[in-house]
Design a protein around this ligand. Structure first.
Ligand SMILES: [Zn+2]
Length: 439
């Protein structure tokens, strides 16, 4: 079956909820048979944010193997949309038909009988006899609402973070819809897969300037899914400036296509760092095709800001031991996202994850969860660059993207210092120092 290898990790994650006797083939077929219609009229698609919402949603659902039909006008690209190429948003998307994963088509078929429809902004919708959500939002916030629920307004802003939030929320609904049509392991799991009438997310940075982002020097440890999602987001920020390096010795495999946002099927077998550098030339990221820590001392000297996108716990400790001034760590676990930042003197990533828990060799993943991890990572960098540092009470974020309509989908917390911190960071050492008055 075409696409089975590409969707291997996604199918594995579906097994958290579906009946154990379902075959990989049955799960794959359910994902691939889902038809998604995306509609937009001209005024919702001429802004960079509107175009970014569309490009991101198409990529996220295609990487789950689903079929996409576009009912949109052909409009010139407002700004670049890497990894897409072409002069218009429609031609750029049609050119990547079956390019993300095998058998995931992107067409303009008007005879499609959609299972789901997504509409950008306040685009009028004909009766497609399918559930429909609208994607709306602003600069730093995004939401989706079922058609007829809530107020809709057009996409007119240029700044695209909100549009990528709405795309991630919409892709989640497409996934849950597909899974609800399969037999589940337990009826109790249905709660996790329930459709959201309305859901949204706001980075609460409304007063933050949205121009002139200069991130300075940034090093990325790993060119995997989370780093690729973060760079996908950063490459869409108008006028952004950044220089840096990206370290990874890994080669793109078929099973990366379900979530690596800058990668196409034609990239299988190529070094991940070279793919990233080639697809985001505006970010001036130097590819280092080596594992961080295996190079020369000069290579190992870190930039003032460091992004770690690896799930491997000892690799995180290793970077943290080098004492970067500002570190963001993004990770995923099944349907959850973990994001933390660690400034000098603060409890470190070793305090947050003090135990190495080697997971299975084959890790279940899915497009929208990895994308959330990268999106949050990118926003943390943007926030830092404009002098809106994250309060210590928000050092760690645990996010459960499946049900963003529920109040506990996001949990912010400080990171407490631990005496048994494996990094032995200054915050942890201060706990073990003998109090001279008590002695
Ligand atoms: Zn520590």
């Amino acid at each position: 079956m075409n696409g089975l290898a590409e969707l291997d990790r996604t199918i594995l994650l579906c097994r958290d909820y579906v009946a154990a006797d379902l075959t990989d083939y049955e799960i794959c077929q359910r994902l691939q048979s889902q038809q998604i219609l995306i509609v937009s009229e001209h005024r919702n698609l001429r802004s960079h944010a509107g175009q970014t919402a569309l490009a991101t949603l198409v990529s996220l659902v295609s990487r789950m193997g689903m079929q996409v039909a576009l009912d949109i006008p052909d409009i010139k690209l407002a700004l670049t949309q890497p990894p897409l190429q072409g002069a218009s948003i429609e031609s750029g998307l049609l050119a990547v038909n079956e390019a993300f994963v095998a058998s995931a088509t992107i067409t303009t078929r008007v005879d499609l009988r959609p299972d789901l429809t997504f509409a950008l902004g306040d685009t009028p919708i004909e009766d497609y006899r399918a559930p429909c959500w609208r994607l709306t939002g602003g600069e730093w916030s995004g939401r989706i609402d079922m058609d007829g629920v809530g107020r809709s307004w057009p996409w007119t802003v240029e700044f695209p973070v909100g549009s990528m939030i709405s795309a991630a929320l919409a892709a989640t609904e497409a996934f849950k819809f597909a899974l609800r049509r399969l037999r589940l392991r337990s009826e109790l799991n249905r709660a996790f897969l329930q459709a959201s009438q309305s859901s949204g997310w706001d980075f609460a940075l409304g007063a933050t300037p949205i121009k002139g982002f200069d991130l300075g020097w940034v090093d990325f440890i790993s060119a995997g899914a989370i780093s690729q999602a973060a760079l996908y987001v950063l490459a869409r920020i108008p006028g952004i400036r950044m220089r840096g390096r990206i370290f990874d010795d890994d080669i793109t495999g078929v099973s990366n296509l379900n979530r690596n946002m800058l990668t196409f099927r034609e990239d299988v077998g190529r070094a991940k760092v070279h793919i990233v550098a080639r697809r985001c030339p505006q970010l001036a990221v130097e590819p280092i095709a080596a594992r961080y820590g295996n190079g020369s001392p000069e290579l190992e000297k870190l930039a003032p800001r460091v992004v770690v996108g690896v799930d491997d716990i000892p690799s995180r400790w290793e970077v943290q031991r080098r004492g970067p001034a500002w570190l963001v760590v993004g990770g995923t676990s099944h349907f959850n996202v973990s994001s933390s930042i660690h400034r000098l003197g603060e409890p470190c990533s070793g305090c947050l994850h003090p135990i190495d828990e080697p997971g299975p060799n084959v890790i279940p993943t899915i497009s929208f969860v990895s994308f959330w991890a990268g999106l949050i990572t990118a926003v943390r960098l943007l926030q830092e660059a404009v002098g809106r540092p994250c309060p210590s009470g928000r050092q760690h974020l645990w996010l459960s993207p499946l049900r963003m309509d529920l109040p506990r989908a996001a949990m912010w917390s400080p990171v407490p210092a631990r005496k048994d911190c494996p990094v032995k960071c200054p915050a942890s050492r201060s706990l073990t120092q003998i109090d001279p008055l008590a002695a």
